[in-house]
Design a protein around this ligand. Structure first.
Ligand code: SF4
Length: 701
């Protein structure tokens, strides 16, 4: 601590923001981040985006929590007055805070059973923290009510991938785009959300690869694309079924040998897409039939073609169907199992892949062992020396629904901010406020922490040692560059202390020890012991042996499903859950900005990033703006059936007429007050990407 506070030091670590996983050198002087530089890591090759370069000073922000807080006896839990929340708390020492935090949960467990408790872990924390936290919920609470933001991100992708090809992670790594002949990017805006990956895609396109970009919004990479499909929001399945129709029924571009040898369900898929002619589907997705044919031909005929997608695909009530159709495209054309081919869901958070692998999901134990599988449960009962509940737990939105009904009564939330990130926020906040006991562990008094009974000051990424798994299945080491401020504590220590007070026989262990236990539970990590991570800094899984480089390409010989065969599952166009209508004639899409990360808890406290994008914005087509008689920068009120917010209008010619795009990072105009909490039936993911809205100049709404 003291030595670190004085020293001028260089520490090599990984960026805390997105799933690209850039390796970064942190220059520290007198305990503060001076600057950063991109290292020659396998995922970034010395590149960094504005967040990695200028966005790390949030750790020093004056609002950083440095002492535990406990709620004052008569303080309100008022979701409408979160800005004044600091006065609702007093400081406490750790003994008192932990005793209250764990005591409240233990009392609820005794009175109502473990099913009345739930935990949200974090995709921002390390693998070790995720592993320990899910174990705390499963053993300490006695239920599987544990989830994290993967539910709001790629849960539908994972559901479809596990069903279709037996593995929820990417089949191929980003660097392989430089070897692809065709790149099909759909429902993703990497220039904002995976900026360094976007530079690899741009390099590939400029070196001759054919880039196809499909998105309701024309995003920056469209400039490098040969084909751009600006389709109607929510019509993804119609678009993709048209491509399958052309490949199977019009031009026979099917890789029959591949399908015969390795794929089941072809006949059913062919029958399902038989009526999906480009002409019929064009009417639904608003893309010309000939463009659909050109895309089908270009993708299917390529020697190596890769599909990459983001939350434009996954965050729909038909998100799982969208991904089923993408999987079908790759399987019927044999575009998988080789370098430069495959399926790549661009993972959002720096460790959302790792947190999912570590079991931070209600239906899966670590390594995707299903809770419903009795054999898997027995394996973990032996490993952990304790009984496990047989029923899978509830998911993020289901937990907050149950809280609003009074069925979930206590929660422990580490590093997530559902009071900003969940759909239909008024309802989600009501659920959080209604809890009998809420413990939040975080860096700041977030909108979620404001509703807590006890707030525990946590460690930032740059203050701790841990492993993180990026979108490429690459496990990388994050190293501490800074001392902890004040009385903030390591998250592993806090989770352990909470576990002890909930009756678990735990002693505090460092990241290496926790990692080794996790590795014993996850076969894909067999060849990546901690000492190898320390030595090499980054290793790809699955990795069978310590002398193995790790499999960058999956499915070269078969799929991890019965008989080694993949499974085609047909999808039929259903459209959005809440299409525009007379009362709400606009279509609202939500997402992120380059400069701001998710709910803004970190980036809005990073000086350069917040100066670049300081206030709530709503993007509109310039002609829509003109038709409303508004100048750029005018205040507009956007309303849906769930709420209304006011933001500054910004022209974006990349939108279709009638669409509004809003980032969800602004607490003063939280876009998720507007979004819809209708769920995909398989992935249980909400429809953030499409709902009906009304719009008017502020003051006239
Ligand atoms: Fe960080 Fe992602 Fe930017 Fe890389 S691309 S610097 S990992 S935010």
């Amino acid at each position: 601590g003291a030595a670190l506070r004085q020293a001028k030091a260089l520490t090599d670590s990984v960026c805390p923001y997105c799933g690209v996983g850039c390796q970064v050198r942190i220059h520290v002087h007198a305990g503060r981040v001076l600057r950063t530089e991109g290292l020659d890591g396998p995922s970034n090759r010395r590149r960094l985006c504005v967040k990695g370069r200028f966005g790390l000073d949030y750790v020093h922000h004056p609002e950083r929590l440095t002492r535990p807080l406990v709620r004052l006896p008569d303080a309100p839990k008022d979701p409408d007055r979160l800005d004044g929340a600091r006065t609702w708390f007093r400081e406490a020492d750790w003994d008192e805070a932990l005793a209250r935090a764990a005591g409240g949960l233990a009392a609820l467990r005794a009175r109502h059973g473990g099913g009345a408790l739930a935990g949200f872990g974090s995709a921002k924390g390390s693998n070790e923290e995720a592993y320990l936290f899910q174990k705390l919920v499963r053993l300490g609470f006695g239920s599987h009510n544990v989830d994290h933001c993967t539910r709001l991100c790629h849960a539908s992708s994972v559901a479809a991938l596990l069903e279709g090809i037996g593995s929820g992670a990417v089949s191929n790594q980003i660097e392989e785009v430089l070897e692809s002949e065709v790149l099909f990017l759909i429902g993703a805006n990497p220039a904002a959300n995976h900026p360094v990956a976007a530079t690899f895609l741009r390099n590939a396109a400029r070196a001759g690869a054919t880039l196809i970009v499909a998105d309701p919004r024309r995003t920056p990479l469209a400039r490098d694309a040969r084909l751009v499909l600006q389709f109607r929001p929510g019509s993804d399945v119609a678009l993709l079924d048209a491509l399958l129709h052309v490949i199977i029924h019009e031009e026979d571009l099917v890789d029959h040998d591949f399908v015969r040898a390795r794929v089941d369900g072809f006949e059913a898929l062919a029958a399902a897409v038989a009526p999906c002619t480009p002409e019929r589907m064009a009417a639904l997705c608003d893309v010309p039939a000939d463009t659909l044919r050109a895309v089908a031909r270009t993708y299917a005929r390529a020697r190596r073609a890769m599909i990459l997608w983001g939350m434009g695909v996954s965050q729909h009530t038909h998100g799982t169907d969208n991904v089923r159709a993408l999987i079908a495209l790759a399987l019927v054309t044999g575009q998988i199992g080789r370098r430069g081919t495959g399926l790549h869901p661009l993972r959002g958070q720096n460790n959302v892949q790792g947190a999912s692998d570590a079991g931070l999901i209600p239906m899966m134990l670590p390594g995707y062992a299903p809770v419903a599988d009795a054999e898997a449960r027995v394996r973990f009962e032996r490993l952990w020396g304790a009984r496990l509940a047989a029923e899978p737990g509830l998911t993020v939105v289901e937990i907050l629904d149950a809280a609003a009904r009074g069925e979930i009564r206590g929660m422990y939330i580490v590093g997530e901010n559902p009071a900003m990130s969940d759909p239909n926020l008024a309802h989600a906040r009501e659920g959080l406020a209604r809890l009998d006991h809420l413990v939040v562990q975080d860096l700041f008094l977030t909108e979620t922490a404001a509703l807590a009974d006890v707030v525990l000051p946590a460690s930032a990424h740059l203050e701790k040692l841990g492993s993180y798994t990026n979108t490429d299945r690459r496990v990388q080491l994050g190293r501490p560059a800074l001392p902890l401020p004040g009385e903030a504590r390591q998250d592993l220590w806090i989770i352990t202390e909470m576990g002890r007070r909930l009756g678990l026989p735990w002693t505090h262990r460092g990241a290496a020890e926790v990692y080794d236990e996790m590795r014993a539970a996850i076969p894909a990590l067999a060849g990546i012991p901690w000492r190898r991570l320390e030595r090499e800094g980054a290793v790809t899984y699955p990795c069978p042996r310590e002398d193995h480089p790790g499999h960058g390409v999956l499915f070269a010989d078969g799929f991890p499903l019965p008989g080694g065969r993949a499974r085609l599952v047909p999808a039929t166009h259903r459209g959005p859950a809440e299409p525009p209508d007379r009362a709400y004639p606009w279509t609202l899409l939500t997402g992120r900005l380059l400069e701001h990360w998710h709910t803004g808890a970190m980036t809005r406290r990073a000086a350069v990033l917040d100066a670049l994008e300081p206030e709530p914005v709503a993007f509109l087509h310039p002609e829509d703006l003109a038709a409303l008689g508004l100048a750029p920068g005018a205040a507009v009120t956007v309303a849906t059936r769930r709420g209304r917010v006011t933001a500054r209008a910004r022209p974006d010619p990349g939108l279709r007429r009638g669409e509004i795009f809003m980032p969800f990072c602004y607490r003063e105009a939280a876009a998720n007050l507007l979004t819809l909490d209708a769920l995909d039936p398989w992935g249980r993911i909400p429809e953030f990407k499409c709902c009906a809205a009304a719009l008017a100049p502020a003051g006239r709404a």
